[in-house]
Design a protein around this ligand. Structure first.
Ligand code: ACO
Length: 428
């Protein structure tokens, strides 16, 4: 894999470093021995040019707007696959045979319940707690309830904890919602699909029979597929870094949830819908576009721009189509969708956005759909966390099973005071 070499000139001296080739995408200069050979570190805040790991899960070509999971284009998976099948693919590397898919779905459905004592955990939160605050707490707390699957050196433990996390996340998210509106928790119903079960636990009540609307179930399942994984993004890197110290999987996923919460990452779908609502009508769009372009105004178009995509985010294409399907199925409209379409068109025709290669990302339209289905904005990021759990656990498993895995430990460019002597308080 390292036939090629790259020569770097550091401080006037030439050093050779291996160049590693992946199956596709840019080559990587292997600088693991840079410090040992040259006494110098690299400086790359935000990891704009740094490959932090080797991975066979997800590939993104940001310039072309391509996203592949285990080689399969996201558009094909979103149109033709199911979330359970994508989970199997991410965890096992290949698409399942029918029997394998049935067995996997059955296994996941047998882990959907939470330890009953976890219900008391919810009651300790304020009713107005953000669902992501509850998710961080409850997912971290799973470590205290499932001791039989926290030995990370045991592949069987890793498998069971992965299944538990994927299976329990819908229950945890739905309970966070139910708690916030004061309704009783709904136990899982394993006769339903993964996604149908989640919809029932969220929108059903014990007093009535809940009918899953097939078009909504399909749209929701597709939204889960679109969020399943996305290479080494901030929350996934957080999960990997937490896991690199040997922390248990529940703690690592709680760390990922905390990172996803931020408005520059998973919280952008909530912010995007809030922004579209604030804009309100298409005539106000130019004002907001001017604000986004103004260097002295911190305002950014939420749901626009991406660290990796310098082209249309392929997930946004599917999202936009799904909005229309959900509106048709539920026989609803929302003026916010018209505002979103017009905002997108105006931004894409504006030289500022063209020059900086800023396009809609997955979050631009997802809020419009989720709102039409009935979710409050505060639940959006929780749904993202639910779907991203499979990506997090697949990446975590990949890292832990790598024999060359070491603890993640970046270095720094220190700019603080150099060594000085302590002065007692009465002499300062
Ligand atoms: N609106 C206006 N200007 C923008 C936007 C935006 N949404 N995004 C980037 N820019 C501008 C920046 O001001 C900067 O301009 P400059 O070069 O003149 O300083 C330039 O484009 C590059 O922006 P960076 O922030 O350096 O790009 P980076 O790759 O670090 O950031 C990010 C990517 C954080 C996603 C950014 O585009 C952003 O804040 N977008 C809005 C939030 C959002 O939608 N996040 C969701 C990301 S997808 C996800 O997590 C699922």
């Amino acid at each position: 894999m390292a036939d090629k070499q790259s020569q770097l000139n550091v401080g006037g001296e030439a050093f050779d470093f291996p160049v590693l080739e992946g199956s596709t995408g840019p080559d990587v200069v292997d600088i693991r021995k840079l410090y040992g050979s040259t006494g110098k570190f690299t400086f790359d805040p935000g990891y704009k040019s740094t490959a932090s790991c080797e991975s066979a899960l997800t590939y993104i070509d940001g310039a072309e707007g391509i996203l592949l999971h285990r080689g399969y284009p996201i558009g094909q998976l979103a149109e033709q696959s199911s979330f359970m099948e994508v989970c199997y693919l991410m965890l096992n590397g290949e698409l399942p045979q029918q029997q394998e898919l049935d067995d996997f779905s059955w296994t996941i459905s047998r882990h959907t319940m939470l330890h009953e004592q976890l219900a008391s955990f919810y009651k300790g939160f304020r009713r107005d707690a953000h669902p992501m605050a509850i998710m961080c707490g409850v997912v971290g707390a799973l470590s205290a309830f499932y001791h039989d699957s926290t030995d990370i050196s045991d592949p069987e433990h890793r498998k069971i904890s992965s299944h538990r996390l994927i299976a329990k996340m819908p229950t945890i998210a739905a309970m966070a919602y139910k708690f916030s509106i004061g309704q009783p928790f709904m136990y899982p119903d394993n006769s339903l699909s993964y996604t149908g079960n989640f919809l029932r636990m969220t929108f059903g009540v014990p007093a009535e029979r809940y009918e899953v609307v097939p078009a909504v179930e399909k749209a929701m399942d597709r939204i889960f597929i679109l969020h399943a994984d996305h290479e080494q993004n901030a929350s996934t890197s957080t999960v990997r870094l937490a896991g690199s110290s040997g922390a248990n999987p529940f703690a690592c996923i709680a760390a990922g949830i905390a990172c996803l919460w931020g408005p520059a990452h998973g919280g952008a779908n909530e912010s995007a819908l809030n922004m579209l609502r604030e804009i309100g009508t298409p005539d106000r769009i130019p004002h907001y576009i001017e604000r986004a372009k103004d260097k002295n105004d911190p305002f950014r178009l939420m749901g626009f721009g991406h660290r990796v995509y310098k082209n249309y985010d392929p997930r946004a294409t599917v999202m936009q189509k799904t909005v229309r399907e959900v509106f048709e199925a539920l026989n609803v409209t929302d003026p916010v969708f018209e505002t979103a379409l017009q905002l997108e068109e105006m931004a894409l025709n504006d030289p500022y956005f063209q020059e900086k290669k800023l396009f809609p990302n997955v979050d631009f339209y997802s809020g419009v759909i989720l709102s039409a289905i009935g979710f409050p904005t505060t639940m959006f990021t929780a749904l993202f966390a639910l779907a991203r759990t499979v990506g997090w656990v697949a990446q975590w498993n990949e890292m832990i099973s790598d024999p060359g895995q070491v603890i993640g430990r970046p270095r720094q460019l220190y700019t603080g005071p150099t060594q000085r002597d302590y002065v007692p308080v009465d002499q300062r």
